[in-house]
Structures are given as structure tokens and as C-alpha cells.
Design a protein around this ligand. Structure first.
Ligand code: WTA
Length: 667
């Protein structure tokens, strides 16, 4: 076990029992899966059950072997199969539904773009031709820094079409965070946009890419620039000669271009998605083409219950894994109509989400617990004003408190929509724990049962399995591989093994049974067989559904000249789930001041992004440390959350936590 996991696996979780809610009969009657035999099918014939997902796709050549587990944890899925992800999300729908809308995009200010599958086909071909013209070849990593505009899925699909893995960096990330990801992926082409709208303002977004290219060590030779208003470049944006190219111009050159989808092996990478871990820089989770696309398509069909004739809205950002899997790849592979919204949920008014739901008559709605808590705070009068009727609702990204679940069920679902609470991670590609909506009763606050073919378990800190369904808390692990799992950490196989496998596996073994995936979450396998997720056990926090490493925050703060030492603790927050508190020791002779505090906040905004801004900056004389000098973040977390301090006797100076507590809470 790593020293950072401070967790008492043996404690019985003190959780109140919740009542169950039956899925409405009208839902069950129409569900994509209503036969419980699916679990046996996937279980008994493991891993062949997953072929059911792969068969939802069009393959150029079928796989020879479902799983090659000869070199764990470097599993290979659908070995020998060939396919193209873009073809599966676009071209193959043209025969049946070329004039059906694929993307219903709504700008923040109310402008719209409705792209049919035929439109999407045309746009993606143009962009693929444009990328080729700029020298992008198969297997080159293309970095995207795009917000919620159609340019984002179009560019992703264009990359997939020509076999160039994309690496989309959430638009809210700063220039420095972008530079870091460009360097890690050694990516010399960046795709950005001049601007986008946030609370009524047309932001100058391209400046971040400009600064990132300056900062990066990689020699970025091409920056492709989309325009938020085609042909009308943002006034404040600079165009760098010989490096920047407007997509509008390129598209004009390739108006009728057709680019054949490149044949990809199932194991060829489809994309990278950087995510925060416990150590060092963010890791590039590398996802494969065949296994990933099969898995997200299968779970979109069975968990999200998506049908081609539905209007489906996942109100997440495509800049994170949820948007990749469940706005772009899964839903489009199934040929449905997907809604995308550019802006803030409360702009220009707090009913904006429900207004869109009514306008497009959305059937399936997907959001985060943070958003639900926010809607709850705003009050039921906003949704009540609009006429919408969801059949199915999803939550993802954080534990949802039963009271927020009940509010969502009552005021958004009208007590007749089914809810799935889906547990998964950037690394897992798709859902791993969630009820299949027609098969199991809902239980507020509990993600539910494992997905077909998935084998989660709870292990104690010594690596021993805790008895199944015992109601005891511990480390959540997955005992068998699945097709949506990451292939590796980009360029760093060793880190892949260290981060996810080493703690609970026999790393000398080449038997799959000895390799166990560590999720980094704590969970309880309840007596009814449902899993309740408790949250991260490691130094990763979840701020409004955005995953952040305390290490990244601490290194941003450490950049500030006046700072000698810093530690970050997660504080529970009624709205955002968790927020970062920063504890800072200043250099000799420096006095705490508003200016230093602002400098620290600014450093975090510049190194990571505004969404990571610290909630509190606390100036302290010393940090709680063990005798060997390791910072005890857990004690800071106890202080931030006003909880009893645990054992402090092993500290170098046991009085430090008390002093900090008095400072924070007064006495
Ligand atoms: C947390 C987001 C409770 C968890 C898809 C996980 C959840 C991390 C749930 C991954 C859920 C995700 N209930 N917690 N339904 N879903 N989490 O990589 O801590 O951004 O490890 O992927 O979010 O965050 P990531």
C-alpha cells in the first residue's frame, strides 16, 4: 500500500438505510435491456459477453481473439479486429438517417446550429482534409483546446477519421496546463478557437494557446483556429504568421473533400485524456479504438437506454471523459440526436437548462451531483416553469447525497423518470458500477450493482479481499479487465503499473487472476449487493466534479516567491462537493498579507485554471509533519472539515495541528 492511503478498511460504514424506488413500468416496458439474463450471459461466458458490445459496431474485419491476457496488465481487446471510430459514429448512419439531426447545438446567447448526420459527415470530411493538408499523419497526437462548440466533436471525429489520436484539454485549463499537456504528448499541432461565450462575454480564448505554445518545449508548428462566428474573427485575437491558420479558410479550400476513413487496428489508440493522479504531472490516459468504442456504445445503449429516435442531453463538458464517452462516441455510434450547450446554466436566467430541455423535448438527461445541488439551491420554481418530460436521468462524477437524489427524482424527474448513478473514471473509459435501469430498484446515494462482466470488490489496506456484501468499507478494486480500460499512461508503462496495479497485484505474475486494478476510491459493498462510493482515498479531490490532484495545486502555490511550503486539503462543500483549502508557510521575514494571498490565488489560476481556485488560504507557522518530515494532509483535512483530530502523537511537533485549528476556527 502507498503511504498516502490513510484509510481504515475495517470500519463499518455508518450509513443510514435508504428506501428503494422501483423503475416506472412505462420505462421498463420500452427499455433496451429488461432481461436479467444479461448478467449471467456476461458472467458465465466472460470475456465473450463483451462481444455483444463489439457487435453493435461495424468492423472492417472481425477480431480473432476477444481478449489477449498473456501480458497483464497490458491487455489487448478484440485482437485482429479493424475498424474506424469516425466511420462508426458518422458514415454508417447515412443510409438510414442522413437527414436526422446528430448534434443540436445551442449557443449561450441563443444562436443555434443543428447538424444532421449528413452535415456532420461533410464537416468532418472537410476538417480531416484540412488536418491532412497541415501535415497531420496517422498516429500524430493532435492537441485540442476547444470549448463546447460543434468544432470540438467535429475535430475529434476528423482526427479519428485519419487515425490521429486527439488529446482534448478542457477549455477551462490555463495556458500553462495546456503547455504541459502539449509537451507530454509531444504534439506539434494545436487546434483552438478565437473565442466562446461565458455569461454574455465573448472570451478571447486563443490567447491561452498562444501563451501555451510560447511556454511549451515542443516546437508547435501549426495552430488551427476555428472562429466562433465564421468569417468574423474576434477583434482581440492575434494571428501569428506562418503558424496560425484559420479553419474557415482551410474548409473553403476543401469544400467538397472526401477523406476515406483510415483502417485502424482495434488496439490502435483513439485518444489521450489527461487526468490528475497522486504523484507528479497529470497522466495521459491512453484509450484504444476497438475496446473503448465497443464499451461506450454498449453502455450508452444498456445503461443510458439511448435509442436512435431519442433526444439525449448530457450536460457535461466534452473536455472531460464524460463528454468524450457519453456526448460524442457512445451516443453518435448509436445514431441518436445529441444536445450540446455552450454556456453557463444560469445565463441569462436560472431556467436556461429547462428552457432548452423543453425546446428540444429532451428524453434523456445526464448531469452531475454538483449541478443537482445547484438546481436545488435555486429552487423548484425554475424547472416548474417549463414543460419537459425526461424518461431517464443520469448522475455522474461524485457521490450524490440522498437528499439531492430525492430532489432530482421529484422536481426534475417528476417521480416517473428512472435515475442511474454511474460510477466510473477517466481511466475506465465507461461505466463500471451502476444499475441497469430496468432491472434493479434505485437506491438514493448508491451507485448500485456492477455493470455486466465487471467484477468490483472491496480490499482492506493490506490487500486482502473483504467479504462480499459485508457492509464494510474499504478500497474499491476491479478484479478483471474490461474493454473500456485505459491501455497505458501515455509514454510511461511503468507509471501505469505503479499507479493502478502495484498495490493490489502480484506484479511478478503473468496470470491475469493476480492483477487487480486499484480505483483510488473508498466504497462499501452493501448487504443488498449495491456499491456505495465514498470518495477518493488518495490525494485527488473532486471540485464541482472536476478532478484535481493536491500535488498539482501544491506545486502551483510553491511557485509563488513568498511561499516556503504549502499543503492542500479538501474541504467538504455543500455545493461543490469539495473545495481546496491551502495551508501556507511563508519564507522568513515575509508577513501574511492580502497581496500574498492574491498572488497565491493567481498562481493557481495561471498554472491550472480558474475552476481550481482555492476556497481559503491559511497562513501558518508550520505544517503538521511526521518525524520523517512527511506532511500529514489528513490532519489538515480534519481541521478544514472541523472534525476531531486523529492521532497526533507520531508528529514531529504534536502541538502544530491544535495551533492551526485555533487559527482556522478560533477558540
Ligand atoms: C468520482 C468521471 C461517486 C470517483 C467519470 C472517481 C463518483 C472519480 C461517481 C473519477 C459516482 C465518479 N459516485 N463518485 N457515481 N462517478 N466518481 O476521472 O471518486 O473525472 O474516482 O471521471 O470521480 O473522476 P473522473
Amino acid at each position: 500500500m502507498s503511504d498516502d492511503v490513510e484509510f481504515e478498511g475495517e470500519i463499518e460504514a455508518r450509513l443510514s438505510e435508504q428506501e428503494y424506488f422501483r423503475p416506472p413500468a412505462k420505462f421498463v416496458g420500452q427499455a433496451n435491456v429488461s432481461d436479467p439474463a444479461i448478467h449471467d450471459r456476461f458472467g458465465d461466458e466472460w470475456p465473450h459477453g463483451f462481444e455483444e458490445y463489439a457487435e453493435l459496431l461495424d468492423w472492417e474485419s472481425r477480431w480473432d481473439e476477444t481478449l489477449d491476457a498473456s501480458n497483464p496488465p497490458f491487455y489487448e481487446w478484440f485482437v485482429g479486429g479493424e475498424l474506424n471510430a469516425c466511420y462508426n459514429c458518422v458514415d454508417r448512419h447515412l443510409d438510414e438517417r442522413k437527414n436526422q439531426v446528430a448534434l443540436l447545438w445551442e449557443g449561450e446567447g441563443g444562436d443555434r446550429s443543428h447538424l444532421t448526420y449528413q452535415d456532420l459527415y461533410r464537416e468532418v470530411n472537410r476538417m480531416a482534409a484540412a488536418l491532412r493538408t497541415m501535415g497531420v499523419e496517422e498516429d500524430d497526437v493532435v492537441t485540442l483546446h476547444l470549448p463546447m462548440v460543434p468544432a470540438l466533436p467535429i475535430t475529434m471525429l476528423a482526427c479519428a477519421r485519419i487515425g490521429a489520436p486527439h488529446s482534448e484539454v478542457f477549455a477551462g485549463f490555463s495556458a500553462s496546463a495546456l503547455a504541459q499537456r502539449i509537451d507530454d504528448a509531444d504534439s506539434d499541432v494545436v487546434v483552438t478557437i478565437d473565442g466562446y461565450y461565458r455569461r454574455g462575454e465573448l472570451l478571447n480564448h486563443k490567447q491561452k494557446a498562444d501563451q501555451a505554445v510560447e511556454e511549451a518545449d515542443t516546437d508547435v508548428d501549426t495552430v488551427l483556429v476555428w472562429e466562433r462566428h465564421e468569417g468574423d474573427l474576434h477583434d482581440d485575437v492575434d494571428v501569428v504568421e506562418d503558424r496560425d491558420v484559420l479553419v474557415t479558410d482551410l474548409k473553403a479550400d476543401h469544400d467538397r473533400a472526401r477523406v476515406d476513413p483510415v483502417t485502424r487496428n482495434a488496439e490502435d489508440p483513439l485518444f489521450l485524456m489527461y487526468t490528475s493522479g497522486t504523484t507528479g504531472q497529470p497522466k495521459g490516459c491512453q484509450h484504444r479504438t476497438g475496446g473503448y468504442l465497443s464499451y461506450v456504445t454498449g453502455t450508452s445503449k444498456y445503461v443510458l437506454d439511448i435509442k436512435p429516435e431519442d433526444t439525449y442531453w448530457c450536460a457535461a463538458d466534452i473536455g472531460w471523459i464524460t463528454g468524450h464517452s457519453y456526448i460524442v462516441y457512445g451516443p453518435l455510434a448509436l445514431g441518436t440526436t445529441s444536445v450540446m450547450y455552450e454556456g453557463a446554466p444560469d445565463h441569462p436566467h436560472k431556467g436556461r437548462i429547462w428552457e432548452i430541455a423543453e425546446k428540444y423535448d429532451v428524453d434523456i438527461f445526464h448531469t452531475s451531483p454538483t449541478a443537482v445541488r445547484m438546481f436545488m439551491k435555486w429552487g423548484p420554481e425554475y424547472p416548474e416553469e417549463y414543460d419537459f418530460d425526461f424518461r431517464h436521468m443520469t448522475t455522474v462524477g461524485e457521490p450524490i447525497q440522498p437528499e439531492a437524489w430525492l430532489w432530482y427524482y421529484k422536481y426534475i424527474g417528476g417521480e416517473d423518470a428512472v435515475i442511474v448513478d454511474t460510477w466510473w473514471q477517466t481511466e475506465t473509459g465507461g461505466h463500471l458500477i451502476t444499475n441497469l435501469p430496468a432491472l434493479d430498484d434505485m437506491k438514493p446515494g448508491s451507485a448500485g450493482k456492477p455493470c455486466p462482466g465487471i467484477q468490483p470488490a472491496i480490499y482492506d489496506d493490506n490487500g486482502n479481499p473483504v467479504e462480499a456484501a459485508s457492509g464494510k468499507a474499504g478500497n474499491l478494486v476491479i478484479e478483471k479487465p474490461w474493454p473500456g480500460m485505459l491501455q497505458t499512461v501515455y509514454g510511461d508503462d511503468e507509471r501505469f503499473v505503479d499507479e493502478y496495479w502495484r498495490d493490489f497485484s502480484d506484479t511478478n505474475s503473468d496470470d491475469m487472476a493476480d492483477w487487480v486494478y486499484k480505483a483510488g476510491d473508498g466504497a462499501v459493498h452493501e448487504r443488498d449487493g449495491y456499491f456505495r462510493i465514498l470518495g477518493r482515498l488518495d490525494d485527488v479531490m473532486n471540485v464541482a466534479g472536476h478532478r484535481l490532484g493536491t500535488m498539482e495545486l501544491e506545486s502551483a502555490v510553491a511557485e509563488v516567491e513568498e511561499v516556503a511550503e504549502a499543503a492542500v486539503a479538501a474541504r467538504e462543500d455543500a455545493e461543490k462537493g469539495e473545495v481546496p483549502d491551502v495551508y501556507v508557510v511563508l519564507r522568513e521575514g515575509i508577513e501574511p498579507s492580502e497581496a500574498v494571498r492574491n498572488g497565491i490565488v493567481r498562481a493557481v489560476e495561471e498554472e491550472i485554471g480558474k475552476f481550481a481556485r482555492p476556497a481559503n488560504v491559511v497562513f501558518v507557522d508550520d505544517l503538521p509533519k511526521t518525524r520523517s518530515g512527511k506532511i500529514m494532509r489528513r490532519l489538515l483535512e480534519d481541521i478544514s472539515n472541523d472534525q476531531d483530530l486523529g492521532d497526533t502523537t507520531t508528529l514531529r511537533d504534536p502541538s502544530v495541528p491544535e495551533q492551526i485549528r485555533d487559527l482556522v476556527h478560533g477558540d
